[in-house]
Design a protein around this ligand. Sequence first.
Ligand code: HEC
Ligand code: HEC
Length: 242
Amino acid sequence: MPLFFRLAGLATCFLLTVPAIAQNGPQNLEYYPTNMTRGEIIAEMRHFSFALGVRCEHCHVERTDGRGFDFASDANPNKEKARVMLFMTDAINSQFLTELADRADPVVEVTCKTCHRGTLQPRLLWQELLLATHESGPEAARDKLTELQENYDNSGAYDFREWETNVVAEELAKEGRHEDAIAIWMMNAERFPASDAIQSGMAESYQALGDTLGAIQAYEAALALNPGRNDVKRALAGLKGE
Ligand code: HEC
Ligand code: HEC
């Protein structure tokens, strides 16, 4: 086939398909450029879904005729929240990070997953456990920890190391909730039996409750695990009246 006809064929092909693309193309974009194709938008949407650990229906409503989703509709309030997040993430990258006197090379781009890490409400582990304790007590924190470990272990969504869970007990102690703090220290001691920091933290809460025997036992446990703790030696001497 002569080149001319092949080109002409291509051109008609474009003429026929362009209106069809326009019809199926996105109808209601406020953040993304309106010339983005449906395929490009859906690729972005997949990122959202992974970053937040949700499916399309979290932000989109079904069509009234039951034939799939009405993606252009704004009837689902979560879609508007996600829009705010799109503008916010854009502002972080294009307005705030560009204000730094000098930047990492290459620059670090903030994405949904930078904060969300596969969770819808991007709380840190200590925030989740403190929330559970406030709502329903330290046993709930233990259940929450087990649940999150089962669901998110290895995903990087939560930091399951010792210090992150010690923060929960420290926060409860600051609030004067020493019984709850001790329950969390005990949970942490089961997970990290070699930690002297957990034992000495627990001792402080016993002391705050006026439980001298409990405090002495916990300080002694801390010292057995780490004989170099001079602060613990001093605290013990004080408690024993030496
Ligand atoms: C976290 C919320 C969220 C999730 C999850 C999500 N979307 Fe979206 N979607 C949006 C937002 C916000 C827009 C509008 C973007 C804008 O205003 O530029 C949008 C727009 C779209 C559009 C363009 C609609 C139009 O005609 O304007 C399509 C198509 C779409 N989404 C498909 C999907 C698919 C498929 C999935 C699942 C893989 C998905 N979305 C998951 C929030 C979400
Ligand atoms: C700088 C950190 C950060 C970035 C980046 C970020 N988010 Fe968020 N997002 C949050 C925080 C914090 C909340 C919880 C706000 C609240 O309700 O207190 C949240 C809440 C949300 C919610 C509502 C969750 C709910 O409770 O139903 C959605 C949806 C969401 N983000 C989507 C996104 C999407 C999509 C992106 C990327 C375009 C994104 N976020 C980027 C921090 C971030």
